[in-house]
Design a protein around this ligand. Structure first.
Ligand code: FAD
Length: 564
């Protein structure tokens, strides 16, 4: 059997290695247009920032490794330019010489990825404007940064004692994870960074109120955000600098510009074979990564996958799915029955020591598809036992089905151990878990790592209380129009308060029930929801119509949570 794999990075390289482990006799050719195979594009922003100092650290496995360890005919600088599906051949072009040869295949795997969006804006190709996708991209940025004009560029003024150099100005365009990671790394390099984002928030998969927390946090660390403004073009100024022009008419001066406008599936080659392309613009594949042609497979950023929660076709440009899909394609080619389960978009981004992570459906996705059978909770548990030093709050939003308690999605932000909570929830979601399963999950606990009731358990317990009717829930939007009861201590009101709320500290509540209406819904608030829950239980059993406001004061204005 002769297998040709196009694209030698995440999906392609994992397919090649897996196929060799399963099929010692197969002839495997892996072609890669660029100079490297199997490199860590996820590490590129950190190489730009100098966290990963050596370029060679990004090269996970070399062409030589594939040749020697895996007996894969690995060809870099080799581009697949045309597939003849009827003849089962691929035309390959040597990038250096332009020579074109033709190779036949029994099975073909496409893993061409998703190049960065590069719109035809005026001036977009000016020197000093970069993208971050490949090792040569990162190298070019580092060279630009380190060349004299941007790095210690001399004495802008001289006072006799010191030199004062204005900060080098970077404008990053796009508030997705590549833009933000690069912006953070440029801040670490001492740049003055402005991030321009067309949408009304950064990190589009997050719900707006969760994204606001991240926005406050990155602004505190020096990234200047310009939201709701699209880039319109670029101008070159006389002194070797650029101006980024936006649709709102603003002009941002820049010494360097990073384009991070998102990615688009590369379907150029797939189209030469007449393969089906889905509505989202990716190559359409089945659960076994087969395209509309039985002998051609496609994996990674270039394909459309089923969203695990909504069942919709979606584009998920992440390394984990790409690697797993490459492995599945290899399994299927080798005669195994592996299947891709769909993607839930489990993601994380680290920013200035904190992390934002999410998985499954967001509330805005559920609203977009008209799904009303969901409830959401906000909670702010400590990252580990509060009595052990170093515990930090985690802001969590968890979505679940009202009718059966099935977990639908979660978002979490914080400075400690956010990843393990979202990873645990992601695993639970993939297994079809309900919030009752989260209640019962048995997770690691010692005080420095978690709590006897881990945030994952805690989310399950709160959600289950709601579904069982033990804790009727309300949210600020409706609560503010109703009767608000604040059960916090007087000292807390001095920090923040809601003027229209009636204040009865929880310790006095039993004695002051006569002050509360029996004919109206009472929305109970405290700082995070915990005391409000205790008060709600008391009031319900005394015959009042009480509801707990999810997340309490923290969910009202939690955008400064990580600054405390
Ligand atoms: C800066 C950056 C940071 C990232 N960080 C993360 C992260 O933290 N976590 C995460 O999950 N994901 C991250 N990703 C995304 C992740 O890298 C991708 O999802 C993953 O690499 C996709 O794998 P792939 O095989 O589909 O495509 P790629 O890894 O992009 O590989 C495709 C390769 O195919 C080659 N190719 C294309 N067409 C041809 C052709 N016709 N002939 C020959 N070769 C061709 C390309 O040159 C390219 O090298 C990041 C991506 C970038 C760019």
């Amino acid at each position: 059997m002769k297998v040709i794999i196009v694209g030698g990075v995440a999906g392609g390289a994992s397919c090649a290695a897996r196929l060799r482990r399963l099929e010692e006799k197969a002839e495997i050719i892996m072609v890669e247009r660029g100079p490297y195979v199997s490199y860590a594009n996820c590490g590129l922003p950190y190489h730009i920032g100098g966290v990963i100092e050596k370029e060679s650290s990004l090269l996970v496995a070399s062409e030589r490794t594939f040749r020697e360890q895996f007996a894969v005919d690995c060809r870099t600088g080799c581009e697949a330019i045309k597939i003849s599906a009827d003849k089962k051949t691929v035309e390959l072009r040597n990038v250096a010489t332009g020579e074109v040869t033709t190779e036949s295949y029994d099975k073909l795997v496409l893993s061409p990825g998703a190049p960065s969006i590069h719109p035809p804006l005026p001036g977009i190709d000016f020197p000093g404007i970069f993208q971050v996708r490949t090792v040569p991209d990162a190298r070019a940025i580092r060279e630009w940064i380190e060349k004299g004009s941007l790095f210690l560029s001399g004495m802008h003024s001289y006072s006799g004692f010191q030199t004062v150099r204005p900060k080098t100005r970077a404008v990053v365009i796009g508030g997705g994870f590549i833009g933000l990671e690069t912006a953070e790394n440029l801040i670490h390099r001492g740049f003055d960074v402005t991030l321009v984002e067309m949408g009304d928030q950064i990190l589009a998969p997050l719900d707006l109120e969760m994204a606001r927390i991240v926005e406050g946090y990155v602004e505190k660390h020096g990234i200047r955000l310009a939201l709701n403004d699209g880039v319109a073009g670029f101008q070159q100024a006389s002194n070797d600098t650029l101006a980024v022009l936006t649709k709102s008419g603003k002009s941002y001066p820049a010494d360097i510009v990073i384009l991070a406008l998102g990615v688009r599936p590369d379907t150029t080659l797939a189209k030469t074979a007449g393969l089906e392309i889905g509505k989202r613009g990716g190559i359409r594949v089945d659960e076994q990564m087969r395209t509309s042609n039985q002998d051609i497979f496609a994996v990674g950023d270039a394909v459309e996958v089923k969203d695990f929660v909504t069942g919709e076709w979606s584009l998920i440009a992440l390394a984990g799915p790409a690697n797993r899909q490459g492995r599945i394609a290899a399994d299927v080619i080798a005669g195994r029955e592996s299947r891709f389960r769909g993607s839930q978009g489990t993601s994380i981004i680290g920013l200035f020591g904190a992390a934002a992570a999410w998985m499954g459906a967001s509330e805005k996705t559920l609203n977009r598809i008209g799904d009303k059978d969901y409830e959401k909770i906000y909670l702010y548990p400590n990252s580990h036992a509060g009595y052990y030093p170093g515990a930090r709050p985690i802001a969590m939003k968890v979505l679940f089905r009202k009718s059966d308690g099935r977990l639908l999605g979660a978002q979490a932000l914080g400075e400690d151990n956010v990843d393990k909570r979202i990873s645990a929830l992601a695993m639970a979601l993939q297994m079809g878990a309900t919030i009752y399963d989260l209640e019962e999950a048995e997770l690691c606990y010692a005080p420095q790592f978690g709590s006897a009731k881990d945030p994952v358990n805690f989310a399950g317990m709160v959600a289950a209380d709601i579904i069982r009717g033990d804790m009727p829930l309300s949210h600020w939007k409706t609560a503010k129009a109703g009767f608000l009861l604040d059960v916090r201590e007087p000292a807390e009101l001095a920090v923040e308060s809601v003027p229209e709320a009636v204040h009865i500290p929880i310790g006095q509540l039993r004695a002051r029930l006569a002050e509360l209406p029996r004919d109206r819904e009472i929305h109970v608030i405290c700082r995070s929801g915990q005391r409000a829950y205790i008060a709600t239980r008391m009031l319900l059993q005394k015959g009042f119509k009480a509801k707990t406001v999810s997340g309490g004061m923290l969910s009202l204005a939690h955008n400064h949570l990580l600054e405390s």
